[in-house]
Write a protein that binds this ligand. Structure first.
Ligand SMILES: *Cc1c(COP(=O)(O)O)cnc(C)c1O
Length: 485
């Protein structure tokens, strides 16, 4: 285990603050009182609230220790496929915390919010440029929320032309949120299978596309990490029957600066700012899922919209065809600032290079590991590659064991058992921000694990060994969650 990075170091058991409480202990020194004690509210019975009694150092240590149990991008590589867990430059955090932006208030008058409105307006224009689309809303709070917005736009479009449709096509390589978003808006998902190359074929789309189908939701690059090379033809088929093409652009990190979704037939697309555009992802939010549309869908975009009149920026609700709003105010403003800062600091060449490196890194991992892990689709991949546990089956080692063992080596496990089209899938997305040395170390760890699978499978079955908690009973954990720590 030469390549082990993980360490159990000095890890303390950490009881709840209530369990550490010592009666009479306090975090601040209060001067001796010189007035008679009296209750704040005479209606109260006099019983003190059940708050832990602790000193300042107790509290500082408690939270510092808890933070050390955590694993994040600032601690190490996080190769979680379909999630783009890349390093987010700290400068973007600095810009978002500038007083003028951080303290701006959504209810402040427009004349004192010109800077914030201008930033939002410009961000919309930049995202339109990157995606090749005509108009953008920054409101949605996340990727799936962007999908809902996008499908509501499609719904509003068909409502306006007076002929609603009932179905929506979803390929098997779409992200799992896609069928849910379609169904939430009342469309029946029609599932189709990708061809043997792991991408859509025009034939299969032509077979199911009809005039009662609102369109298709395509994740591109798809969840196998492959570029949908027939997308233009697929879009033509859908358009010929009056349908619309929804693009799930959460994986934009693979193609920004290289492919514009607007050029390949996409009518509506969401982005995940908390994947591609410098908001850390996976911490439970906030995020942002802007939705970009072609001209004919613009009238339906949620209100309010930022408008520019001369050099003045205003917010308008006066848009009769808008379907409503998706969020209070205008979206998660701090996430928008970080994306704007990221776009300006990277510039067009920087964005393109980021995508190129993301793709290079994934292909490097794919080529370096395909002799030891089954690679179901052995083709050039985009930003992520998908292996399976097929070669380890004979040692009775499964994907879950490999993922758990990686934790002992100091890595967050990759995405596992997704996408569903690959049995026992292991989906690795290194991103552009990992150096070659770090990626080589990750590859070495996985090679060592593959060797362990052959020679000492037990060590994998009971992994992780040096993590804070070892193998959990996942069914029990889901059914009877222990919320007390
Ligand atoms: C992450 C992701 C989503 C969902 O985004 P959330 O912000 O988690 O709702 C949708 N589609 C794809 C392809 C994704 O990778």
């Amino acid at each position: 285990m030469e390549n082990i990075l993980g360490t159990n170091g000095l890890i303390f058991n950490e009881p709840l603050l209530w369990e550490k409480s010592t009666p009479g202990r306090c975090g601040v020194s209060i001067p001796k009182q010189d007035v008679k004690e009296s209750l704040l509210d005479p209606e109260l019975t006099g019983e003190a609230p059940d708050l832990p009694e602790l000193s300042e150092i107790d509290v500082v240590r408690h939270f510092t220790r808890l933070s050390q149990w955590n694993f994040g991008l600032d601690s190490g590589m996080y190769p979680l496929g379909s999630c783009t867990m890349k390093y987010n430059p700290k400068t973007n955090e600095v810009q978002a915390s500038r007083t003028g932006l951080a303290n701006s208030h959504p209810l402040a008058d427009e004349d004192v919010s010109q800077g914030a409105l201008k930033m939002m307006y410009n961000l919309e224009r930049h995202l339109a440029e990157v995606t090749g689309m005509d108009a953008v809303t920054l409101q949605p709070a996340a990727g799936a929320h962007g999908e809902l917005t996008g499908i509501l736009l499609i719904h509003a479009f068909f409502a306006k032309i007076g002929k609603q449709r009932s179905k929506i096509i979803i390929p098997d390589t779409a992200h799992g949120t896609n069928p849910a978003s379609g169904a939430l808006c009342g469309y029946t998902p029609v599932n189709i299978q990708s061809g043997e190359k792991g991408v859509l074929t025009p034939e299969i789309v032509a077979e199911v596309m009809d005039e009662d189908t609102a369109g298709i939701m395509i994740t591109n690059p798809n969840t196998l990490g492959l570029f949908e090379e027939n997308i233009k033809e697929v879009a033509d088929i859908v358009h010929a029957k009056g349908g619309l093409v929804y693009g799930d652009g959460a994986n934009m990190n693979a193609i920004m600066g290289i492919v514009k979704p607007g050029d390949i037939g996409i009518d509506v697309l969401h982005l995940n700012l908390h994947k591609t555009f410098s908001t850390p992802h996976g911490g439970g939010g906030p995020g942002a899922g802007p939705v970009c549309v072609v001209k004919k869908l613009e009238p339906f975009l949620p209100v309010p919209r930022v408008e520019k009149n001369g050099e003045t920026y205003t917010l308008t609700e006066d848009r009769p065809d808008a379907f409503g709003r998706m969020l209070t105010f205008y979206g998660h403003f701090d996430v928008l600032v970080k994306a704007y800062s990221y776009l300006l600091s990277m510039g067009p060449d920087g964005l393109k290079l980021a995508s190129q490196l993301a793709v290079l890194n994934a292909n490097y991992i794919k080529e370096s590991l395909k002799d030891i892990f089954e690679l179901p689709y052995d083709r050039d991949c985009m930003h992520e590659c998908v292996f399976s546990d097929k070669k380890q089956e004979k040692y009775h080692v499964a994907t879950l064991d490999i993922a758990k063992r990686l934790m002992d080596y100091g890595y967050h496990p990759p995405t596992i058992y997704f996408p569903l089209v690959v049995h026992g899938s292991i989906m690795i997305e290194p991103t552009e921000t990992e150096s070659k040395e770090d990626i080589d170390q990750f590859i070495a760890a996985l090679r060592e694990i593959a060797e362990e699978a052959e020679k000492n499978p037990e060590i994998l079955h009971s992994a992780p060994h040096i993590a804070k908690v070892s193998r959990l009973d996942e069914v029990l954990a889901a059914r009877k969650p222990c919320l007390r720590g």
